[in-house]
Ligand binder design. Structure first.
Ligand code: SF4
Ligand code: SF4
Length: 443
């Protein structure tokens, strides 16, 4: 097992991290399939309100490739189709029945998988609603099935600090995990499996044996974008693929059983709480997952880089973390003379930097929006060696070539630059928007 060490990054000591227990939530009365968390999709609806659907029925597809299905995680009726601005699809909401009527595919044994032509495997995964779990760098769009990636990165830890612990996700799912790895071997000769050093000891020997790289515990050493940045040696590797542990297990389970896997493990963080992991249905309602929270709290799907969720929505296919943040965007009384003993801080702005005790996360800007002061904190923290301030200025000046020359496409979207910026500039969002629009222009 090799080691991946990073010299830049940051692990704030924050309160409210999930504990290592797990509880099963009651069956939800509604489930939703979100389109809002799917990068680049141009959804084409395949159902209308009032339609009956089975577990695994396609609900919508992607106009860019209409053979990719986004499927129902329950049996029931389409209750509502929710649109946002300019009729952008947000989610398809279903009234769910407790008993599943599955769309059934033929199970595939490990011998059959070995002999299965690659095209048949791609078609099966697309029909079953699992192909989109494979993502292709640099923009992390849905993987191109005609491409042979130089490597496929599997990170056992999710992208967030508080993502579900891999030992809990793998419990009872080791066979599906091994089958998932066999699936990946049909697409690439190099499979990179990474795990945070602190997670390794809780994994079974069989899983640990499959880990090729142990990463630092410093955030975001285990992010597939950071891993690729550390490992890549040539241009061809820029179009490698990655897949999360839960999607890999879902692919394995789907081939073993022939049925769409309907369960999901979610972690929830909230200041002052150490909540258990939640075992629930794919597409469960955010309100049920979040439990108790103050009415003006913000709910996101990550501490540094998540999507802002409406409590009335449902958790997406790519999401497995709920982060409840106290809404503190107002002025703090006499904030400028307070020592900040309970504020997470990268710099020495707050006294908390001297003490290693956990502090609560909030979303205060500590004053009004400010211009860049060229402090270079964002450069010093960026795990992929970028100068986010320069890239931001190039993007603002429409100098896309300069932004690319500064390595914009290497951004792993960890969000640390925004977190550390004393002017609270949304650097990660600016870079992510720049990457997306460059990628779309090229497509
Ligand atoms: S530019 Fe910001 S979001 Fe991107 S990798 Fe660097 S620190 Fe992370
Ligand atoms: S951290 Fe913020 S203020 Fe400092 S250089 Fe970067 S963008 Fe400018």
């Amino acid at each position: 097992m090799e080691k991946i060490e990073i010299s830049r990054g940051f692990t704030p000591k924050v309160t409210g991290m999930p504990d290592l227990t797990m509880i099963r939530l009651p069956f939800p009365s509604s489930v939703g399939v979100s389109a809002g968390d799917i990068p680049f999709i141009r959804p084409k609806l395949l159902v209308k309100e009032g339609d009956s659907v089975r577990t695994g029925s396609p609900l919508f597809t992607d106009k860019r490739d209409r053979t990719i299905n986004y499927v129902s995680p329950a049996t029931g009726k389409v209750r509502k189709i929710l649109f946002g601005e300019r009729r952008k699809l947000i989610e398809v909401v279903l009234t769910a029945e407790v008993l599943d009527d599955f769309i059934q595919f033929d199970p595939v044994s490990s011998g059959e998988l070995t002999d299965m032509p690659r095209a048949d495997l791609v078609e099966r995964l697309k029909q079953g609603g699992l192909w989109q779990g494979l993502r292709q760098f640099p923009a992390r769009d849905t993987a191109d099935p005609d491409h042979t990636p130089a490597m496929i990165i599997v990170s056992l830890n999710g992208n967030d600090l508080s993502s579900p612990h891999p030992a809990l996700v793998l419990k009872g799912n080791e066979e599906a995990f091994m089958t998932g790895l066999d699936i990946l071997r049909k697409f690439s000769h190099r499979i990179v499996v990474t795990a945070r050093e602190s997670s390794l000891k809780k994994l079974s020997g069989a899983v640990r044996d499959r880990v090729t790289h142990a990463t630092d515990d410093m955030y975001p050493a285990w992010n597939p974008g950071t891993v690729l940045y550390q490992l890549k040696q040539n241009q061809a590797e820029n179009t490698s693929w990655c897949v999360s542990l839960d999607h890999l297990i879902m692919m394995g389970k789907f081939l073993i059983t022939g049925r769409y896997p309907v369960e999901k493990i979610i972690s929830v963080t909230q200041t002052g709480d150490n909540r258990p992991h939640l075992l629930t249905r794919q597409g469960a309602p955010v309100k049920k997952l979040a439990g108790h929270f103050a009415p003006d709290s913000l709910i996101t799907t990550g501490q540094f880089n998540g999507r802002l969720l409406d409590p009335d929505w449902h958790i997406g296919f790519f999401e497995n973390t709920i982060n409840i943040v106290e809404n503190a965007d107002g002025e703090e009384m006499f904030g400028f003379v307070r020592p900040g003993l309970n504020k997470p801080s990268v710099s020495s702005t707050f006294l908390s930097a001297l003490f290693k005790r956990p502090a609560p996360m909030d979303c205060t800007l500590h004053g009004e929006l400010r211009a860049c002061i060229n402090c270079s904190y964002c450069e010093r923290i960026c795990p992929t060696g970028l100068m986010p301030n320069f890239i931001m200025k190039a993007l603002h000046a429409d100098e896309i070539e300069e932004a690319l020359a500064c390595g914009m496409m290497d951004c792993c979207q960890c969000g640390l630059c925004s977190f550390t910026c004393p002017s609270k500039i949304e650097l990660a969002k600016i870079l992510s928007d720049g990457m997306d629009s460059h990628y779309k222009d090229k497509a």
